[in-house]
Design a protein around this ligand. Structure first.
Ligand SMILES: [Ca+2]
Ligand SMILES: [Ca+2]
Ligand SMILES: [Ca+2]
Length: 287
């Protein structure tokens, strides 16, 4: 029975469902419990008009990006890291939102209460490069409560933040950007990503994926409108590949203690050269 469910899940769309592993999907999510490093700073935060003040404090907790229609500027947030993200094997970071399962597609795969965002990366903080994305949905799943409260079939969605349920991170592989002009010109260094920006997608279809398809999500939402940023210190960007961190202060302390011990032994040897030499001799005899 489980096998039948997994097989039908793949036939709905090739991408992963909202939570857990979907057999054969290229973008299975990362569990939050499997990640230990997250962003450490909020570099910029510009919510769109209409977000409730209680959801506008990203440095201390849950905040929202808000959304506007196609004529305005969508809300966004730019996040910084202690160590640059690098393009290692497979996915290099994962983005977490707070969506939840809602509805099911024709294959019985759960849908998602979706609030999507574009993902951009930067080395220098001013030149940002956007991940290519795919949305093959032409609207919400049936059974919702209208445009602002419906489920969406995320097996038709790729490389948009917010396509997985809470505590499941959407994986992003920097390899997807390797042929872009900004990378080839050295302006964005995929082995030194210092900034990641999340930009809400107002899901009325006025914003598109990389193929030109309109993107739909719950719209218009109010209060905590648009993509929800979980806030610091929890963090929304799980780092999977990064520059090797410098030793932690605790490690340095241990190294210091080891060095001090070595110096003390060295001094004892210099003070009592004969004893040391005797000990060595007797050891030799024993052998
Ligand atoms: Ca990679
Ligand atoms: Ca949300
Ligand atoms: Ca949105």
């Amino acid at each position: 029975m489980i096998t039948a469910c997994l097989t039908s899940a793949v036939s709905g769309g090739i991408y992963s469902g909202p939570s857990g592993t979907t057999n054969g999907a290229p973008d299975n999510p990362i569990a939050r419990s499997a990640v230990s490093t997250f962003e450490t700073s909020v570099v910029e935060y510009f919510p769109a008009a209409g977000v409730s003040p209680s959801f506008t404090n990203p440095e201390t907790g849950l905040s929202s990006l808000g959304e506007v229609n196609g004529s305005g500027t969508p809300g966004y947030i730019t996040l910084g890291f202690d160590a640059p993200i690098t393009n290692g094997l497979g996915a290099d970071f994962a983005v977490f939102e707070n969506g939840f399962n809602f509805g099911t597609n024709s294959d019985g795969v759960p849908g998602l209460f979706a609030e999507f965002a574009y993902v951009d990366v930067s080395t220098n903080g001013s030149d940002f490069l956007r991940f290519p994305s795919i949305n093959l949905n032409s609207g919400p799943l049936p059974g919702g409560f209208g445009g602002a409260f419906s489920g969406f079939d995320v097996t038709n969605v790729n490389n948009l933040a917010g396509k997985h349920a809470a505590n499941w991170g959407t994986p992003f592989d920097l390899d997807a950007l390797s042929t872009d002009t900004l990378v080839l010109n050295g302006i964005v260094n995929l082995d030194q990503i210092n900034y990641i920006r999340l930009t809400d997608i107002p899901g009325d279809g006025s914003y598109t994926d990389s193929l030109g398809n309109p993107i739909y999500d719950n719209f218009p939402t109010s209060g905590s409108g648009g993509f929800d940023y979980v806030g610091l210190p929890t963090g929304a960007i799980g780092v999977l590949n990064s520059v090797t961190a410098v030793p932690e202060p605790s490690s340095l302390a241990i190294m210091g203690m080891l060095t001090a011990g070595f110096v003390a032994r060295h001094r004892r040897r210099r003070r009592h050269p004969r004893e040391t030499s005797k000990a060595a001799t007797s050891n030799d005899d024993a052998a």
